[in-house]
Design a protein around this ligand. Structure first.
Ligand SMILES: O=C(O)CCC(=O)C(=O)O
Length: 290
């Protein structure tokens, strides 16, 4: 399928989480811009659409489960491969709307978010509140350190393990940690960053599941950022849908920054789960008392 057809098809399918009108309109506008931008850069960014069986037969030998087993479970899934230089993404609408609604509801009831210094990051020498709510769950003793903040893993809860296990079965990778980000509305956001911290295991994708308000998401190559840019590379833009799973495969996070920008007119909640494989030997010790 050509890139244009993919984007247009995505546009037709797009609806706001829980039918949000504001979400639908904003996502629509974003995609209209995208259709124009993306059509001019087909040579640089390629997308490809394939079934789960085709998708896994293309993964490196040994890294994925038997594609025939996967197909029985997940045959309706359609994967989209998005590539640019050193960028390798897979996107699939993993959960249908009613399933995603149930998961979002369960997470709203069961996830506990960090407060106090656990909910802050160090920016230019000052502690500032994270512009969203955050938490982490995973194996005992694991933590994730970024921007001066060490987020310890709370013990796994069933509402997260069932998603983790589904994504593991589908991708063939195991995950021992999940970072949970909750955006109360479009004023909450995540700034440009790379997930290239030392405590992340090498060679492992980060699996990002989106629930709730669809939001714009973009990738910018490290050489093309800001005033010190050394070359011009197109920004890769996506809309992350309710129930959509994005796999950020290596080496994407070594070269590309990503961000979830503010969209102040959007009013609905979004929760994002990034399932990760942490390297226990590199995790900072966890302080007691969360
Ligand atoms: O909410 C999102 O989709 C962004 C998540 C993200 O960038 C991260 O966890 O590193």
């Amino acid at each position: 399928m050509s890139l244009n057809k993919f984007v247009v098809r995505q546009k037709r399918k797009r609806t706001g989480a829980a039918g949000s009108k504001s979400g639908t309109e904003t996502a629509g506008k974003f995609l209209k811009r995208e259709t124009e931008t993306w059509s001019t850069k087909q040579r640089e960014t390629e997308t490809e659409t394939r079934s789960t069986a085709q998708h896994f037969s293309k993964l490196k030998a040994g890294s994925a489960k038997d594609p025939t087993t996967l197909d029985k479970v997940d045959s309706p899934l359609t994967w989209h491969k998005i590539r640019a230089q050193n960028l390798d993404l897979d996107y699939v609408r993993l959960y249908k709307r009613s399933e995603a609604d149930d998961i979002l509801r369960a997470l709203e009831e069961t996830v506990t978010y960090n407060t106090g210094q656990q909910a802050q990051v160090l920016m230019f020498g000052k502690w500032v509140d994270i512009p969203r709510k955050q938490s982490a769950y995973g194996e005992p003793g694991l933590s994730y350190t970024f921007s001066g903040n060490t987020v310890p893993a709370r013990p796994w809860i069933p509402s997260l393990t069932c998603i983790r296990d589904r994504i593991s079965a589908l991708s063939g990778f195991d995950f021992n940690f999940v970072l949970v980000n909750r955006y109360k509305d479009g004023c909450d956001y995540m700034g440009e960053h790379k997930d290239d911290e030392k405590d992340l295991a090498d060679g492992h994708p980060i699996a990002s599941l989106s629930l709730g308000q669809p939001r714009d998401f973009y990738f910018k190559h490290q050489d093309s950022r800001g005033k010190k840019a050394t070359r011009k590379m197109d920004t890769v833009k996506l809309v992350l849908e309710h129930g959509g799973l994005l796999l950020m495969n290596p080496p994407t996070n070594r070269f590309w920054y990503h961000a979830l920008p503010k969209r102040t007119r959007l009013s609905d909640v979004r929760i994002n789960l990034t399932f990760r494989k942490m390297n226990p030997a590199m995790c900072k010790p966890v302080k007691k008392g969360i």
